[in-house]
Design a protein around this ligand. Structure first.
Ligand code: AOF
Ligand code: ZN
Length: 366
């Protein structure tokens, strides 16, 4: 690792510590170094609060003069909820700025870097860029598509089954893997399941972390013809917000009844009871949902796969073999006639979580 990479890594680690707290904003970290001494550090903690650079400069004070600023995202050049950081960087009289990646926000998009260069500051872009892009995969996707970043999560046996043919599935994975899922729930804005899962399992879809109070994502239920029962746990809106996505041709009175109970109703187009995934995602993003954990069932998983809406896979593999042609698999829907129809993915990482395996993969060319 070069010296620049070492300090950028520190800035990335600082940024990552706020995972799940900055939405809709990106994760940003900053480190200021003068003569080999770290004189300032900062991170963006929460939307609406100061940017990473502001905290770092506050700490560095006079020491910033002639120093190097390491920042994981290009300093902003626009007036958002906070004033532009590029001006602050200029005034601080740092002599060098090292940036991991350009800001994908169209309001910034290189203007911050240009502003600094125009002021005679040496700016280097691209140090640990891949890591920074990975850290902000959700933000980059939001900026590019105005849609939430979709994570498909499921747990299966070594032979790719999620349940016995009876539907019995408690449990595929062990406690550590199930706890890991709660950490992901804690970090995302929304958790989505189909009405089939609501009827079969009556889940509450809340975050339960050992000892630490979890942040509950908004529960999103895909329920085209409004089959969710009145006493379903997901309708307890005191616990967490609930959005039900239904077909736009369902009875208005039915919609009104759910709304009366505090549920947010989201009617979208549908064809043969299949909800339009893209319209749903567009509307969810407008409601402020920047990322979604899709937790099945297999019909919902199939809709997401077929519409090309999956951005990331987090898959748990249990050291069990179930067998059986009728055992259930994670993704139902259309049955391909040849291997050529498979969706290609790229493995990113695999790790043991308790006795299970967690695989992270991304769709190829996605
Ligand atoms: C952050 N934190 O540390 C940096 C950001 O509404 P505002 O003023 O908070 O501006 C948010 C935008 O600022 C964000 O979309 C990104 O383009 C830019 N940089 N944002 O939340 C930071 N440096
Ligand atoms: Zn800023």
């Amino acid at each position: 690792m070069t010296t620049d990479e070492k300090y950028m890594q520190l800035a990335l680690d600082l940024a990552a510590s706020a995972k799940g707290h900055t939405n809709p904003n990106p994760l940003v970290g900053a480190v200021i170094v003068k003569d080999g001494v770290i004189v300032g550090t900062g991170l963006h903690r929460k939307a609406g609060e100061p940017h990473a650079e502001v905290h770092a400069f506050r700490m560095a004070g006079e020491h910033a003069k002639g120093a190097t600023l390491y920042v994981t995202l290009e300093p902003c050049s626009h007036y958002g909820k906070t004033p532009p950081c590029a001006n602050l960087v200029k005034e601080s009289e740092v002599s060098r700025v090292v940036v991991a990646m350009q800001d994908p926000n169209p309001d910034v998009a290189g203007r911050g870097i240009q502003l600094l260069r125009d002021a005679g500051i040496e700016v280097e872009v691209g140090v640990l860029e891949a890591q920074s892009r990975r850290l902000n995969e959700r933000f980059i996707h939001n900026m590019r598509t105005s849609r939430p970043f979709v994570i498909s999560k499921y747990a299966m046996t070594l032979d790719g089954k999620i349940a016995a043919h009876t539907g019995h599935s408690k449990w595929v994975t062990g406690e550590a893997a199930r706890e890991d899922v709660h950490h992901i729930r804690h970090e995302v804005d929304g958790i989505l399941v189909g009405v089939g899962t609501v009827i079969a399992d009556n889940p509450s879809l809340t975050t339960r972390l050992n000892g630490v109070k979890g942040k509950n994502p908004v529960r999103i239920i895909m329920d085209s013809s409004l089959r969710t029962r009145e006493n379903a746990n997901v309708l307890n809106v005191e616990e967490a917000k609930t959005i039900i996505v239904c077909s736009e041709d369902v009875d208005q009175e039915k919609i009104a009844a759910f709304e009366k109970n505090g549920v947010i109703m989201l009617p979208v187009r549908s064809e043969h009871k299949r909800l339009d995934i893209d319209e749903m995602l567009e509307k969810l993003y407008q409601l402020g949902i920047t990322d979604i954990l899709v937790e099945g069932g297999s019909t919902v998983n199939a809709s997401f796969l077929q519409s090309g809406a999956i951005n990331k896979y987090i898959i748990y593999v249990a050291p069990k073999v179930l067998g059986g042609r009728l055992s259930l698999t994670p993704i139902a829907g259309h049955s391909a006639t040849s291997m050529d129809e498979a969706f290609d993915v790229e493995f990113d990482s695999f790790e043991k979580v308790g006795h299970d395996l967690r695989i992270i993969a991304y769709p190829k060319n996605g």
